[in-house]
Design a binder for this molecule. Sequence first.
Ligand code: ZN
Length: 597
Amino acid sequence: MTYSEQWDLESIFTGGIDSPALTQRLATITAQITPLLATVRAWQYAKDQPKFTVMTQITEQLQMLEAGLKQTDSFVNMIQSTDERNPQVMPMMGRINALGNSVNQIEVALTKKLVGLTEVEFASLVATPALQIIKFNLTEKRTSGATLLDATTEKLINQFALDGLKGWSDHYDSIVAEVQVPDGQTLLSAGQAQNKFESDPDPKVRQRIFKSWYQTWERYSPLLTDTLNHLAGFRLTEYQAHGTTDYLKKPLETSRMQSATLKTMWAVVSQNKAPLVAFLKRKAALMGKTQLAWYDTWAPVVVGDFKPQTYTYDEAAAFIVQQFKTFSPQMAAVAQKAFENRWIEAEDRPGKQPGGYMTDLPETNDFRIFMTFDGTPSGVATLAHELGHGFHTMMINDLPSWRQDYAMNVAETASTFAELIVSDATVKAAQSPAAKINLLDQKITNAIDMFMNIHARFLFEERFYAARQKKLQTTAELKALMLVAQKEAYADALTDYDPLFWADKQHFFFDDVSFYNFPYTFGYLFSMGIYAKAQTTPDFEADYIALLRDTANMSTEDLAQKHLSVDLTQPAFWQAAADSIAADVAQFLALTEGYQE
Ligand SMILES: [Zn+2]
């Protein structure tokens, strides 16, 4: 055993949730807020020009405050991830959220100052050498700030949101914490049950657990209907107050993406379902069925006497570092460092939340990864995925905070890229056709998630917001909307669906963002484009890092144009990615020809 599977949080703030250093850091942040707000409010263009020293200080201090909040918030979140029922976590989070709201007031005040400048004044401001590096970010604030209301109203909206938008999102988490799925005499948590019906090799077990899972959510569905309705209702009212009824405006703005790009992406996805339908059909045949059900889509294909390969944590670490090295020595070095310095929490033990994430720590200039490593190839892929996020962080953490603030869609680029490197390597290294089939199955199943599962989420959410604008939705209406979306997204290829997917999937209940779906598909396809380029470009590492460093420095379309020379509003780029998925499917179909039951 070389590497520890438990992360080190002590080097961030010593002493856990009671850490004196944490308390001290929060006190410093608190003390800085009022003076900075006063400075921003008093700021005048005429007095500060031509050097803009005050504005430079304001932007630096505000970014420091935001970094402090990120550092403390990440820390408390991480404690919660491994100690779900720690009673001190919620009050501490409440405190950090309240501070976040105060810092947001400064942000609003600054934005208002920027909005108030003429074009010429703003141009001369951002031409200042010290501000040039954040020109894009300041421009973005000024553009999106045009619809802000007066400071008092904005403050009030943010305060209401704590008990409204955020309150409903927290309420969802509270309900889910109560969810227990019976399986015979045992009670499974929501996460455990999901794992089981998604990955158990026995179709009867999958069906049994899914049935019990569905009945459990059904029982909670009236509460979840209320929660979703009010969460969306709050959001729509807020949008309206800021002059829009377009519920996709904010998500697209957050992703720094044009509507044309989103439409083109989904159009290409819709036109390329056929190979995936063929894959699902073959997978069903390999499992002795004519058609798969919703809960079968993730199940592993096992042919012959093949036993899936398992990895110890150390083996996974060595494999990942080795594969990263073939593409980028710097990527390998970051991964190595993360393993050695205990930046990863991977142990399989009770009390941990499900899922995985990477969180960056701007004040210690590092990151942490949370996950539960199970030794499967998909566990290795998840580890590589999170390390890809970590690499992104390490390549940009010398830049100003705002330049590190990349959007959700490109956030999944570095991670998916890292995952692709490792999953491709495992397919290539497979010793037998049976092993190759198993790994290709996983790779294509990932494509199914992006082209079908995520597409269903988007179709549902779009139609739900349109319907919610007119009236509150009933449970029956939500179920019907979801069923239609799933049938469309899966091209009618399944026997059973999950009409309660809107209730059992946390993503529909996030308070900070809506439409947390299209960025996944975007990031997946975008990283495939980068991966394709990596295989044909010598010295790709430098290009790749340059791209990562621009991820919070321009629109998504400009990023693709500058670093990949492609136009995202046109189908060609997306089609190339879809073609590479089709090639994987063709390989899978050829390999499995003789195995059908
Ligand atoms: Zn990710």
